[in-house]
Ligand binder design. Structure first.
Ligand code: ADE
Length: 225
């Protein structure tokens, strides 16, 4: 059972994402649980403020340490967490190997930043892992947390079945996935490769492997090194 607690100042952004499709099934099947937390609920004053100006000046508000500390501590008082992850463009670049490792954990916290980020002391005191989902800047960490949680949860044993198996994913063996086809076999003269309809399993596997290598060499030669 994988439990992911996501801490955000706009948790409603994430609600519908986790309420659908494979992620919904994973939760209904008891394989995974995603719990959203609103930083504002942990504010230390009656105005429910969570951000303030940066010391030293400069543009942009900073998420303050107190509400976040209270939220993380409240969670840690209830169970042990394997990682407390902060989603940030200056974190370690997310890739499949990292996702595979995280999918073997039990409890994870993900903290989403906003504005100019969080007070550095949050990172120093509470965060065990900082992850970026790519070299571009999003307006908040919510989409990044959704991307990371999705990639993790689909790997939790029992979430996928044979039909949706992760074993044939792109990147699992450092190769991109081969092309796939479905009916009709002829769309306006565009024909499905004959081998796929031959019923010859070994030949089909060989073809798929060759296509994977070809695709990887053409599109992502860096993966073959
Ligand atoms: N927050 C803003 N941009 C991000 C990124 N690229 N990865 C993770 N978190 C982010």
């Amino acid at each position: 059972m994988m439990r992911i607690d996501i801490i955000s100042c706009v948790p409603s952004l994430l609600e519908s994402f986790f309420a659908h499709s494979i992620l919904k099934r994973a939760q209904q099947g008891g394989h995974a649980e995603v719990v959203l937390h609103d930083i504002r609920d942990y504010s230390v004053n009656k105005h429910r403020t969570i951000d303030d100006y940066a010391f030293g000046g400069g543009a942009g508000m900073v998420l303050q340490i107190e509400p976040i500390a209270r939220c993380i501590r409240a969670l840690q008082a209830q169970r042990n967490y394997d990682e407390v992850i902060y989603l940030t463009p200056d974190g370690e670049l997310m890739e499949q190997k990292m996702v595979n490792q995280l999918s073997l954990k039990g409890n994870l916290i993900m903290l989403c930043g906003h504005y100019k980020g969080v007070d550095q002391r949050v990172r120093d005191l509470f965060i065990t892992k900082e992850i970026s989902i790519g070299d571009y800047v999003l307006s908040g960490g919510e989409l990044a947390a959704a991307v990371l949680a999705d990639a993790i949860i689909r790997l939790v044993p029992g979430v996928l079945n044979d039909e949706t198996s992760a074993l044939t994913d792109s990147f699992q063996d450092n190769l991109l996935a081969p092309p796939v086809y479905s009916r009709p076999s002829d769309f306006e003269g565009n024909i499905v490769p004959e081998i796929l309809m031959s019923g010859h399993e070994a030949k089909i596997e060989e073809w798929r492997y060759e296509q994977s290598v070809k695709r990887t060499r053409e599109r992502r030669p860096d993966l073959l090194k």
